[in-house]
Design a protein around this ligand. Structure first.
Ligand SMILES: [Mn+2]
Length: 170
């Protein structure tokens, strides 16, 4: 077995252990780990990314933001390049949500190529998820004006936007 395969498995296992008690916000309460694996899979299968550091970054992209993982831990286990990508895609959770979103937009153009790829696949995964099912807490009547229906984004437009974006980044 190639050492890269072993490294990917080690990384996926690390992420699975870290996210083990978390669920996605959908009504089915999908295990959280489905998300980082899905993001890495989008990059590998749909964008043809073979750079192992980027794929590891995708698998680990939410570990620091959403679990007790530290950047130092990522660096010690997977090296400084993987740490850098995770650092670039991690929001400062001490800031209010709107401020965090604003910072994401401000920082995006200055991110490394690998971090941009992870961010893009992350957003695509979340948009597809929103199409698949409405998140818990958004299904109530008062929220129906914000999300009139769960499948409000045309999958064809989503796919086209993805292709344009990934083409622009490569
Ligand atoms: Mn994510």
């Amino acid at each position: 077995m190639g050492s890269e395969v072993a490294l990917i498995l080690q990384t996926a296992n690390f992420a699975a252990e870290k996210h083990k008690s978390q669920r996605r916000k959908d009504v089915e309460e999908t295990p959280y780990i489905n998300h980082p694996i899905g993001v890495a899979s989008i990059l590998s299968q749909e964008a043809g990314i073979t750079d192992i550091v980027v794929l590891q970054g995708a698998l680990l992209h939410d570990t620091v933001e959403d679990t007790n993982t530290t950047f130092l831990e990522i660096e010690e286990k997977f090296g400084p390049e993987v740490r850098k990508i995770v650092e670039e895609v991690t929001d400062d959770k001490t800031l209010p949500k709107m401020e965090r979103k604003h910072q994401q937009i401000e920082h995006a153009p200055h991110c490394s190529h690998g971090a941009k790829l992870v961010k893009l696949a992350d957003k695509l995964y979340n948009l597809r998820d929103l199409n698949r099912c409405t998140p818990r807490g958004l299904a109530s009547k008062e929220n129906s004006s914000i999300w009139p229906q769960s499948n409000c984004i045309d999958p064809a437009i989503l796919q086209e936007t993805w292709h344009h974006s990934i083409y622009a980044f490569q």
